[in-house]
Design a protein around this ligand. Sequence first.
Ligand code: ADP
Length: 639
Amino acid sequence: MAAQKSTRKFKAEVAELLDLIINSLYSNKEIFLRELISNASDAIDKLKYKAQTDPQLAGEGGEYRIELKPDPKARTLTISDNGVGMTYDEVAENIGTIAKSGTAAFSEALKNAKEGHAPELIGQFGVGFYSAFMVADKITLVTRAAGHGAAVKWESGGDGSYSIEEAQKDSRGTEITLHLRPIGDEDQDFADEWTLREVVKRHSDFVSYPVTMEVERQEPVLDETQKPVEGEFKKVVKTDVLNSMKAIWARPRSEVSDAEYVEFYKHVAHEWSDPLSWLHMKLEGTTEFDALIYIPKQKPLDFMRPHHRHGVQLYCRRVFIMDECKELLPPYLRFLRGVVDSADLKLNVSREILQEDRTVTAMKKALVRKVLDHLSEMEGEKYLEFYGQFGAVLKEGVHIDPPNREKLSKLLRYRTTLSKGEYVTLDQYVEGMKEGQENIYFITGDSAETLAASPHLEALSKKGIEVLLMTDPIDEFVVDSLTEYSGKKLRSAEKGEIGPEAGDEAQNSGEFEALLSSIGEILKEKVSKVAPSKRLTDSASCLCAGEFQMSALMFKLAKAAGQAANPPKRVLEVNLSHPLLASMRQIHKKDPSSPRLAELSGLLYDLALLGEGGKAENPAEFARKIGELAAKSLGEPSN
Ligand code: ADP
């Protein structure tokens, strides 16, 4: 039983984070209140969701509310809610560590954080609670989980350790008392009623539960005729609601200011930075819903982790149903945040029902359409900013969402051999196609620079044929699904036969036939065939996969994933007009079994590997060979 008071040390990264919060976040201290109110509102959301299946949970505790209680004399501010609360273990789990984040990822990010970027970093890690240490030098949290009798008290001075013990609390929910730091004349006073009113209005106006505060007022005393008695006042205590609770998504667009949209985003997405863009839609017709969807500016650091927050909040006629509703958006739009409010769902809808619900399917379809339209209407620069962050995720859609493939393919951007580092659309590529060009050429790999210089592209480049440089692993799946665009076939420049665009001067291989078959024999463990190349103009050799074989990148990926061991045997293409081949032919003519041939064949193979950005099979031996060859070609030193 974990009843005794125990004092524990924060995990190292929390201690670092606290330090950072206290020392570097001066500019905008008031947002701590938004964070605590958002947490309280989430806690009520959670309780409501749980109570759908277990109504007893909500039985106690009265109306949902979030209460602020400033005490100017004691210099404290208390924020309490009657939400779901936390158990002992939950407190230890949620408040002693950094929630929802890979701790390793956090430490890493902290190390790399540029000066002044701490706030965004903090936001990305969802460490809102700790921001209260900006204004408090001690925080006491007392909480009781819904359905539990025992409460827990957590306390910390933000100095590296915290204590946790069992406690008493009459009602369900969480109460957080901030012992405010001493303030100077210029500082905001968070024990002051008017400061709090202002801050709540600014950052938390739309929170859907009342944020209340008890206030004392002097009111005139009234006589029997309800007229004020001159000079006589009495003290009245009343409860004020500080926020309008207006559901921002349900209001007409023209009435919502950009500042309000931005504030709401920070609340619903738990973000500290502004969104990149948003779309506010009202759908009428067969499916009726309001939605307010945001595109974040940056992907969170833990974005690629499987447990990353995904999905939007689902409401039904302004009533909260669930958070992280994945059923409304396909996985390739998992970076979106926001709210969807439907008039057609039942309040007690469960995740299981959602998966099969026809209304939900229709809503999802409409949402995807609107989002893709929005993306396609975004201006160039801004779209590229988006694409840099989420392009790779969006590309998954080309693979998994055939009905939207065409729309998605218009959102693709690639650098090309001719674009000088700029990103172009497939339409732009098609417009720039040479006369008689039948195929859209691409090549996949790790780096655009290496790809652009790849020997596979020599002949195409000589003819001025543009090649798309694809550097996202997911591009392998894009080209696997998107086999055509605008009536033109997408064709890998490193696979199969090269198209007629490369030129059709077939190199006369007659005199080389014997040599090629000898090389083929020597390299038979490594290559499927040795063939004269139409791709090469300058380099001696390159390796080409068959049309239906894995590309070099695909093999690398499969190997990294433990799904492939040996590279598939590829065709070694050789450039018959290269002097190396001419020399080899001479050696072969004199002595078809010369050991030099074996050595040079190995060299041709290694050169092909290096040309595509790979490694020689045996780098040390390769280096030695090249050294020898260089020395030979330079001849004896004259002196
Ligand atoms: P975030 O809210 O971004 O997850 P926080 O550090 O603000 O990060 O909170 C950590 C976790 O602590 C929350 O996810 C929630 O589980 C829990 N928590 C915080 N405040 C409350 C509260 N008022 N009621 C219940 N649980 C809370």
